[in-house]
Structures are given as structure tokens and as C-alpha cells.
Design a binder for this molecule. Structure first.
Ligand SMILES: Cc1ncc(C[n+]2csc(CCO)c2C)c(N)n1
Length: 230
């Protein structure tokens, strides 16, 4: 019998999500980031929505810390929480300032449909299960951005005004955060039944699809269709 437990869990996950993540690399928004041709208005929309996304995402690490099964895991969640609130959100604030968007404006942004749906889904899963659900919910986000950052840095294109973006997501600090998430996932998967692993796998697949929808939302500068009339 072929036992999938013989493979490290995240290797199995990667095989499942690789085609989805490769589709990000073909997405016009991501391509535009990589070669510097991305329309600034689209980037500003992404930035504002991502700021809201990160606030909700940071809550997930707090849920993870509260559900952690040992002190080392709790510490890792604390570091991930700090990394998001301090490092990543600071880059967003600095980009925003560069483009004339104030911090007050950033905080007043209304979540677009995808932002709300994606963050609500992750938080729902995190609250529903043990700590492994939280880890599965955050994994695609952290890992797929690193995947994109690495790919864009390796291509010989010039990201221009988006250089800092590319640099951040494959920087040693972010590589470490991504590796922490992978390690947490494999530790949490240890000893789980195939049925339990399947549930975790579906969370990673679904969040990977949400990541694609998030790129689409930014590319199309979409928000709730009624926003102009309310
Ligand atoms: C939609 C969306 N998905 C993923 C990330 C990337 N990201 C979010 S938190 C984190 C780790 C620690 O800050 C990383 C890499 C993003 N910014 N926006």
C-alpha cells in the first residue's frame, strides 16, 4: 500500500498546490510587479486591501498562539505575529506614504468582497479546529508569497518601483517566517490520520485559490459592486 505518510506532509501539499501557485506567476498583476509595468492605481488598490488583510491575518497568529500546544510553538506564533505587524505592515505604510496615502486612509479602507471572504474563511477554520487548522490556514499565504518573490527575483526583469516588494518577500527574514510555517505544519501533521490530513490539505488548497482571487481583485480594482451607490 502506498503510504502518503512516508512523504513529509508539506511535500505532498506542494505537489497539490504547485499548479495553482504557478498560475499566479502568469497572472498579469504579478507579471506587472516583476517587470515594473504594473499600473500604480492597481498597486495602490492591492496595498490598501492588503493592509486590511494583514490586520485580520495577524489575528490568526494570535489564535495560533492561544491554541499552541507548547511554549516553542507559542513563541513561533508570537514571532510571526510581530513579523506581520511590524515588518510587513511597515513596508505597506512606507509604500503608502510614497504614494500619498496616509495611515488614517489605510485604516479606513473598506474590505473588498474577496478580502472579507478570504480572511473570514481563514478565521473560521482557525477557530473551528485545533492549532493545526490555524497553521494550514496561514501556510499558503506565507509560502506562496515567498514562491512568487523568489521567482520574480530570479527572472531577469527589473521591478522598478516594486523592487522593495520583491526584495521583501524573498528576504532572509521572510524565508525564515515561511520555513517556520512549514516546520509548524509538519510537526502538527505528525501522527494524524489520512482523514485528518485531507481536511488540512483542503484548507491549503482553498486558501491557494483565494490567493489567486486576491490577485484578480487587485488587477481589476474590484470592490463590492454597490460601493459607488452607498
Ligand atoms: C493576500 C496576501 N497573501 C499573502 C501575503 C504575504 N504575507 C502575509 S503575512 C506573511 C508572513 C508574515 O508577515 C506574509 C508573507 C500578503 N501580504 N497578502
Amino acid at each position: 500500500m502506498g503510504r502518503s505518510e512516508d512523504k513529509v506532509f508539506t511535500e505532498r501539499l506542494f505537489e497539490r498546490v504547485e499548479p495553482i501557485w504557478n498560475s499566479y506567476l502568469e497572472h498579469p498583476f504579478v507579471k506587472g510587479l516583476g517587470d515594473g509595468t504594473l499600473d500604480l492605481e492597481k498597486f495602490k488598490h492591492w496595498l490598501k486591501q492588503d493592509y486590511i488583510y494583514l490586520i485580520e491575518y495577524a489575528r490568526l497568529f494570535a489564535v495560533g498562539a492561544s491554541k499552541a500546544t507548547d511554549l516553542a510553538m507559542m513563541t513561533t506564533f508570537g514571532e510571526l505575529l510581530h513579523g506581520t505587524l511590524a515588518t510587513e505592515m511597515a513596508l505597506h505604510r512606507s509604500y503608502a506614504a510614497q504614494f500619498g496615502i496616509t495611515q488614517e486612509e489605510l485604516e479606513a479602507v473598506q474590505a473588498a468582497e474577496v478580502t472579507e471572504s478570504y480572511t473570514s474563511y481563514m478565521l473560521k477554520m482557525a477557530h473551528q479546529g485545533g492549532v493545526e487548522y490555524t497553521i494550514a490556514a496561514v501556510l499558503a499565504c506565507t509560502w506562496s508569497y515567498h514562491y512568487i518573490g523568489e521567482h520574480l527575483a530570479a527572472s531577469n526583469n527589473n521591478p522598478g518601483v516594486y523592487q522593495e516588494w520583491v526584495d521583501m518577500y524573498h528576504s532572509p527574514e521572510f524565508t525564515e517566517l515561511k520555513d517556520d510555517c512549514i516546520r509548524l505544519m509538519n510537526e502538527a501533521a505528525e501522527g494524524k490520520s489520512e482523514a485528518e490530513l485531507k481536511v488540512l490539505e483542503e484548507i491549503v488548497v482553498k486558501t491557494s485559490y483565494y490567493e489567486y482571487l486576491f490577485w484578480d481583485m487587485a488587477e481589476n480594482i474590484s470592490n463590492w459592486p454597490c460601493k459607488e451607490t452607498v
